[in-house]
Design a protein around this ligand. Structure first.
Ligand code: ATP
Ligand code: MG
Length: 315
């Protein structure tokens, strides 16, 4: 796909393409509203806030930011922060084109700044302080970045909005104070309650029947109360793989497991009063098959230790 070009201070920049994802945020509408509130401006002199979204891996931070941006009908540009991100990667990098000439490729962040789109700086605390330093003027009233490589200053379009997702895990850096004070407010994404988590998994794996989703969510809910940081993403993977094991007829469980009684919330009965989707009948399996598929999938997705949330007694 040809990159769009755009001229700034006499330099031709080649812009990145926005990211299209087929994801929608389910539940916790207050978080969506809090994020959108941060982006409001009251007049042309006013500037938006630059929220930071925090929470454990896989709880839906990127999904939240993407859905908020899409709800404003804007293009979304995602910049993935990594340990190797250099300051120029965030702004403009020189590339050699087919005629051996230098071309200036704008990062997703700068492309969003030029087009008036929304940039999600994803997993921002995987980047070092050096990379963050170049963004200080963008995140206050100045709203511009400078490219050392191209020797230009790039102002942000008034419609440009940015948010940052930060991860709570070991492979991250501390964000310097002068940057984190520019990344406000802080929006905390926590694990959802049973019913919401049920809807999220059902939405993401529409082929799964309610009973299978119930087993997976009951497992996740119990794990959320412990040190095990199993996430919604893990739940989605477990459900998707369990379905495939069932479809391929390769459930190997010799022992019969049951879900610990205390973990079964049985709220499914309530949910069935307002069906999430019409489940296809051909996906119906017996409870034994579904439980064993769940266990086997958990073992293969997360490891055998993860099955402590199931009891091994016969049922
Ligand atoms: N509230 C939700 N609505 C819909 N899908 C969700 C929700 N929360 C999580 N998911 C799904 O869970 C998976 C993980 O979500 P996402 O990638 O947004 O998490 P994350 O917090 O950004 O993860 P990471 O910390 O690894 O970057 C995705 O498949 C996403 O669609
Ligand atoms: Mg993410």
């Amino acid at each position: 796909m040809e990159r769009l070009s755009y001229e700034v201070e006499g330099r031709v920049l080649h812009l990145s393409h926005p990211t299209e994802m087929n994801i929608t945020w389910v539940g916790q509408q207050d978080l969506l509203q809090q994020l959108l509130a941060a982006w409001i401006t009251f007049d042309e002199k006013d500037i938006p806030l630059n929220p930071r979204i925090i929470g454990k891996p896989g709880v839906g931070k990127t999904t939240l930011a993407y859905t908020a941006g899409k709800s404003l009908n804007r293009d979304i540009y995602i910049f993935q922060g990594t340990i190797d991100t250099r300051p120029e990667d965030l702004i403009i990098i020189p590339v050699i084109d087919e005629n051996q000439k230098i071309k200036y490729a704008a990062s997703p962040l700068v492309s969003a700044m030029i087009k008036g789109g929304i940039c999600i700086i994803d997993e921002g605390n995987r980047m070092s302080e050096k990379s963050w330093a170049s963004l200080a003027p963008l995140l206050d009233q100045r709203r511009y970045v400078e490219s050392v490589v191209a020797g230009i200053k790039i102002p942000a379009h008034p419609d440009f909005r940015v948010c940052v997702t930060l991860n709570e895990d070991a492979s991250t850096f501390e964000i310097p104070e002068y940057i984190s004070s520019r990344l406000a407010p802080q929006i905390f994404v926590d694990y959802p309650e049973y019913e919401e988590e049920f809807r999220i998994i059902a939405e993401n794996v529409p082929q799964a029947n309610d009973e299978l989703v119930d087993y997976v969510v009951s497992f996740l809910q119990d794990a959320h109360t412990t040190q095990d940081a199993f996430s919604i993403r893990d739940g989605i993977n477990i459900t998707r793989y369990a379905l495939r094991l069932l479809k391929n007829n390769c459930i190997t469980g010799e022992k019969k497991f049951s879900i610990k009684k205390k973990n079964r919330k049985k709220k499914i009965i309530h949910l069935e009063k307002e069906p999430i989707k019409d489940k296809k009948k051909e996906n119906e399996f017996t409870s034994d098959e579904l439980i064993n598929a769940t266990i086997q999938s958990i073992q293969m997705v997360l490891g055998t230790e993860a099955t402590v949330y199931f009891s091994e007694e016969e049922y």
